[in-house]
Design a protein around this ligand. Structure first.
Ligand SMILES: Nc1nc2c(ncn2[C@@H]2O[C@H](COP(=O)(O)OP(=O)(O)OP(=O)(O)O)[C@@H](O)[C@H]2O)c(=O)[nH]1
Ligand SMILES: [Zn+2]
Length: 335
């Protein structure tokens, strides 16, 4: 199997390529030496240019040829050489990508048929969900939760627009999963949320219109995500960025993912999801191979144990919901 639970990371071709070239062994005798390389963090990627924060200085870099086709994504820790002054019209070089602690992938879609890593090294996934306007999309939240558990990120529910609707219903749905949540409104404070975000690397996701930009702008005033700081890399004027961008936030990072509406779940097996339910995993061992654990599954030991009153119905319902959320490939509802 190509993944490890607990370790919270996957290996795919991409990773292996990056790792193989990022190791300490020189690939060829001609490999340049990089004693002077300084570690930085990739904060934005745009058309082959990598914006990195190196010792507090924003530096624009290109990828050294020796790194080949391996990807560099927001959140990557990289070694950078060259002009690190951060002055306009300077271009540094990324010569090494450090091993990733976690990877979050985006699902392949019409515009890009390849499932790709979008963010590296995050440790929290903040799922922004409006309580109204647009109506909550539990299916989207469920898919985000599966992606978070799989990538080894802790989930956080940010329930926005509490001025328009009460959170009780959604809170009840996610309570059995023990997902922490913050209820947010324009008038309400952000202290609780700040506390959960500080010192961590948090990826923010949400479907269109849920108030994600509003939230980021409140947390980091002066950030105009509609303009997008990726533009600072190219200087090519306004365009709507669809890639992730990291903002320093209280000893950690906030990583916004405009345009990212779905995650790659195809590689996640039912066993992977069941493994996250310690209280149900034992019962599931009695199931036939490949059991979907849904109410109509034949000889499902989870269903049988539930029928005998041995399992918490809310937990079984949550497991079934998450398992079902893997089906289909679009996350964002049309409405
Ligand atoms: N009533 C209410 N409206 C809000 C709240 N937060 C944001 N809005 C409004 O909801 C709309 C969408 O907010 P955005 O912050 O642009 O939403 P977004 O999630 O960034 O949407 P995209 O840019 O499409 O990704 C705007 O008109 C906001 O003013 C809130 O807490 N309450
Ligand atoms: Zn079963």
């Amino acid at each position: 199997m190509s993944r490890t639970r607990g370790g919270g990371r996957h290996l795919d071709e991409d990773d292996i390529r990056v790792r193989a070239r990022g190791g300490s062994k020189p690939r060829t005798r001609n490999r340049p030496k990089h004693e002077g390389a300084v570690e930085g963090m990739v904060t934005a990627v745009d058309r082959g240019r990598y914006r990195c924060l190196v010792d507090g200085v924003p530096v624009v870099a290109m990828k050294a040829r020796e790194l080949g086709r391996g990807s560099i994504v927001v959140g990557d820790r990289v070694d950078v050489v060259g002009d690190l002054s951060g002055r306009a019209d300077t271009l540094a070089r990324v010569v090494r990508v450090r091993d990733r602690g976690s990877v979050l992938r985006r699902t392949a879609d019409d515009t890009d048929p390849v499932e790709r890593v979008i963010v590296a090294n995050a440790d929290q996934l903040a799922i922004v969900c409006a309580l109204a306007d647009p109506a909550p999309q539990p299916r989207f939240v469920d898919r985000c939760l599966v992606a978070a558990y799989d990538a080894g990120l802790s989930p956080l529910l940010c329930l926005t627009k509490a001025d328009l609707a009460a959170p009780d219903e959604l809170v009840r749905v996610y309570e059995p999963l023990g997902v922490p949540f913050e209820v947010l409104s324009p008038e309400g404070g952000l202290e609780g949320l700040r506390e959960r975000l500080s010192g961590r690397t948090t990826v923010l996701v949400g479907s269109s219109g849920v108030g994600k930009s509003t939230l980021v702008n409140r947390l980091v005033p002066g950030t105009d995500r509609a303009v997008g700081h990726v533009n600072a890399v190219t200087g090519r004027g306004r365009h709507t960025s669809t890639s992730a961008a990291a903002l320093p936030f209280e000893g950690g990072w906030l990583i916004d993912t405009p345009g990212v509406r779905s995650f790659g779940l195809a590689h996640i097996s039912p066993e992977d999801i069941v493994a996250g339910f310690a209280d149900l995993a034992e019962a599931a061992e009695g199931c036939p191979p490949g059991c979907a654990h849904q109410p109509d599954a034949v000889d499902c030991a989870v269903g049988a144990a539930l029928g005998r009153g041995e399992l918490d119905p809310a937990r079984v319902a949550s497991l079934r919901r998450l398992l079902a959320s893997r089906e289909g490939d679009t996350d964002e509802p049309e409405a």
